[in-house]
Design a protein around this ligand. Structure first.
Ligand code: GTP
Ligand code: MG
Length: 207
């Protein structure tokens, strides 16, 4: 997909404040600092469309970007940020889960995972929750540039093995690097194909 335009629309504190749900929407979710905002910028070919930071907990609101004037890309706050109080963490979790469960134009969730780590409980639990809640999702490994290709491959395999303990089929898996601008094109291809499918089948989110 060629990105002709990518514009920031608004930041919302809750799903009820998000833009009119009249276009297909794709959201990035994952642990704080995993690289959600960076990957959005890399895919949009824009240095600072989404705000990034070395300190976890940068994105605290639901941020909507309108792409090519016909679909939304959403940057969500990270989950599992340890350095805030339990109460605040719970509030964030609620904001995220309410958005996911109620946003009727949400077509697919991209669950981002740092490729350097072994399968983490918090990510597996989140993926489990997506499955139980019937939320379509894909897995996106981030920061691939920080590992040697073979070690990265091994970690992806470990993840697949872990997933196959509970899932009959594996979801779509993408390996990316925002730093090197790699892998985002495959995600965009998927989004383009899905958008075409929705148009051909006259899917209308207002109904
Ligand atoms: P929150 O908004 O806090 O939840 O974080 P986030 O998931 O949006 O992460 P963000 O994009 O802000 O990136 C966090 C840090 O990781 C920044 O210092 C980025 O520069 C770095 N980073 C993100 N993606 C990559 C990548 O592909 N490669 C490398 N080397 N660093 C990355
Ligand atoms: Mg962010």
């Amino acid at each position: 997909m060629v990105i002709k335009t990518a514009e920031f629309v608004k930041s919302s504190q809750k799903w009820q404040d998000c833009p009119e749900p009249n276009l297909p929407e794709y959201a990035f979710i994952g642990r704080s600092n995993v690289g959600k905002s960076s990957l959005i910028n890399a895919m949009m070919n824009h240095k600072d469309l989404a705000k990034t930071s070395q300190t976890p907990g940068k994105t605290q609101l639901i941020n909507h970007f309108l792409v090519n004037e016909n679909w939304y890309l959403t940057d969500l706050p990270g989950y599992g940020y340890a350095k805030v109080s339990k109460r605040i963490r719970k509030d964030f979790e609620k904001l995220i889960t309410n958005y996911i469960l109620n946003r009727r134009n949400l077509v697919n969730l991209f669950v981002l995972i740092d490729i350097r780590h072994n399968p983490q409980k918090i990510d597996m639990e989140f993926i489990e929750w997506c499955g139980e809640s019937g939320i379509p999702f894909s897995i996106v490994f981030t920061k691939a540039d920080k590992m040697k290709p073979n070690a990265a491959k091994d970690n992806v395999e470990k993840y697949k093995e872990e997933l196959l303990k509970t899932w009959a089929d594996l979801p779509e898996i993408y390996v990316t690097s925002a730093e090197k601008k790699e892998g985002g094109d495959l995600i965009l291809n998927f989004i383009q194909k899905t958008n075409e499918f929705l148009t051909n089948n006259k899917v209308n989110f207002n109904e």
